[in-house]
Structures are given as C-alpha cells and as structure tokens.
Design a protein. Sequence first.
Length: 122
Amino acid sequence: MPIKPGWVVSGSRPNSPAEIAQVSIMFVVVRSVFWLTLAYLVIKPGVDMPDGGAIAAQAVAAGKQVVAEQVNAIECNSFECIGGKAVAAAVLQPTPASAGATADAPVSSTAPYPRPRPNRAG
C-alpha cells in the first residue's frame, strides 16, 4: 500500500514542518478529547452523587469486620498471642458517639479581616 503524502507512518518521525504541525494538532485534539471525556464522566448531568461520608463509614465498617474475622480465626497457644488478640478486639470495638459535642459548638459569625498591607509593598 503506498504511503500518502502528509501521513505519518507508525514508528517513524515526522520529517517536514507540515507533518510536525499535523502531529501536534492531533496530539492536542486527542488530549482535549481525553480530558473532556474524563470531566464528563466525573460530572455527569442528572446524576445524584452519593454521600461520601456514608460510603467511607461503610468501607471502614467492612474493613473492621474483615480484620475481626481474621483475628478471631487465629488459634493461640501463648500468652502473648492471647494478649494481642485482646488488644485487637478492643481496638475494633465501635466507639460510642459523644452526644452532641460537635453539634453544640458555637459557630463563628464572620472570618477575621486580614492584616493591612505594609506601605513598602506598594
């Protein structure tokens, strides 16, 4: 198959300024299409985004459950092993949430003003 003028053969370098310009334009187009597609996938119109905190809490709970199952599956014969299992079990216990400790915190009404600019800064 003959090579048409202006086409870049796979594996070869562009030789003329026109070929370099064509490759540069195609690279910009491909890069733009990639980033625009990625942005569209991240910010789809009409899609409700799930709560990130709920997903994170669910993932942490699932991870704790897997670790607890693995720790409980270990058979211990020594005092150190039993103590290690007890420590791991204590760490994996759910911590009770404090009743309204963060909800009752006073809210700052305004942000403080920045310091004035020094005269020497112009």
